[in-house]
Design a protein around this ligand. Structure first.
Ligand code: AMP
Length: 214
């Protein structure tokens, strides 16, 4: 399947993407994970992106399109892809449309994960992430078995730099100003699927039913 997962930070895009990969081998492509890996490695891309990310601002469109132009042509994308956190601006959505046109690929849907603001704030302030495999935990509802250690790979589980209250409130403002308009963009493209995303299992079930997957 080829899907875009839209939704505010904390709407559950990453969790849903991970659940969907198990269905048909489609790959999860998270621009946030790619950028965090680049920052950790200290690469040229990471150095350019770091300050934007720490503040909860968006990384410039040109950098994101350089990453995605290459990533979408990798061999593993032939099985399908789940775009998690991309596109995030109208120019990125337009550039993606052009890129997919050149590659001769079409999207199955742009799924908008709708979650009330209080749920988002609670999820983000209690979310913890593995520094190595990006597994996601929650201090209240899904803590790692051993405090601060990833169950899956044994690496450290931390609160992300951009999950302080100040950065979160900026990320939500940036989302409303720059990313929320994509819902209208994909509605006009005839690709929008709106889902109530309070439960990831329900989201996956709705996507499967929309795509006619048993
Ligand atoms: P995420 O993990 O998707 O919340 O992304 C973390 C941070 O990476 C964002 O707050 C942005 O600074 C940056 N980022 C990720 N994806 C994009 C994108 N498509 N466009 C611009 N910045 C992005």
């Amino acid at each position: 399947m080829r899907l875009i997962l839209l939704g505010a930070p904390g709407a559950g895009k990453g969790t849903v993407a991970k659940m969907l990969t198990a269905i048909d081998g489609s790959v999860q492509i998270s621009t946030g994970d790619i950028l965090r890996a680049a920052v950790k490695a200290g690469s040229a891309l990471g150095q350019k992106a770091e300050a934007f990310m720490k503040a909860g601002d968006l990384v410039p469109d040109s950098l994101i399109m350089d990453i995605m132009g290459e990533r979408l042509q990798a061999a593993d994308c032939q099985a399908g892809f789940l775009l998690d956190g991309f596109p995030r601006t109208i120019p990125q959505a337009e550039a993606l449309k052009e890129l997919l046109g050149k590659l001769g690929l079409t999207l199955d849907a742009a799924v908008s994960l709708e979650v009330p603001r209080e749920v988002i704030l609670d999820r983000l302030t209690t979310r913890r992430t593995c520094v190595d495999c990006s597994a996601i935990y929650n201090v209240k509802s899904n803590p790692p078995k051993q405090d601060g250690i990833c169950d899956k790979c044994g690496a450290k589980v931390i609160q992300r730099d951009d999950e302080t209250e100040e950065a979160i409130s900026n990320r939500l403002e940036v989302y409303n100003a720059k990313t929320a308009p994509l819902v209208g963009f994909y509605s006009k493209e005839g690709l929008l699927l709106n889902v109530n995303a309070t439960s990831s299992e329900v989201v996956v079930a709705q996507i499967k039913s929309h795509l006619g997957i048993a």
